[in-house]
Design a protein around this ligand. Sequence first.
Ligand code: PLP
Length: 224
Amino acid sequence: MTSKSIKQNVARLLAELPVGVELVAAAKTRTAEEILEAVQAGIKIIGENYVKEAREAYKLVGKRAKWHFIGTLQKHNVRRNVLELFDMIESVDSLDIAKEIDKRCAQIGKIMPILIEVNSGREPQKSGVLPDAAEQLVREISSLGNIKVTGLMTMGPRFGNTEDSRPYFVETRKIFDKIKGLGLPNVEMRYLSMGMTNSYKVALQEGANIIRIGTRIFGERDQV
Ligand SMILES: *Cc1c(COP(=O)(O)O)cnc(C)c1O
């Protein structure tokens, strides 16, 4: 995509955003140059699915933006340099991974803000904790000193018709409100990250305050 259209796409999206909503540019498969264009057009947060791509882009973009990890995290990926790079991890879905993040962050003296990823569609092949297990996972993670739970993230099933996404966003919002109401120590429920290019309008109506947009900023991807 040309830099002119990336700039236009970002400007249009930013003009549409309600106050208090943060826009994450979901950058998988994009070049460092494309990502830098988006940042120069006003993007403040980059979302990365792959550590390797993130490190490549970081070399060019650096601290001009915040970096959120939004992909599937495996234990071997939780390394010191990864934890130094990212400002937030949106996709924590197990105590195991949380403990690894906690241990490594303790070594570098960092407290990592995280979101718990909820598998709101209960899809067997997808990552995320099942809706019924989310509260318990937050309780367990809340005892870890170098992690701070700051909200929830969900993808939801992919639909042609955006309206079909609504029930999954509604359910995630309910879990968010319930956990928030518990007032757990070391848990600060601030962020609800839901909605992508085809679903962000519905997600905003259902209370999202972080949306993660790729295609509508950078154009179609060759592969997902
Ligand atoms: C790719 C991706 C997005 C953005 O998807 P688009 O449909 O391109 O907007 C958002 N969140 C996650 C976790 C992704 O992997």
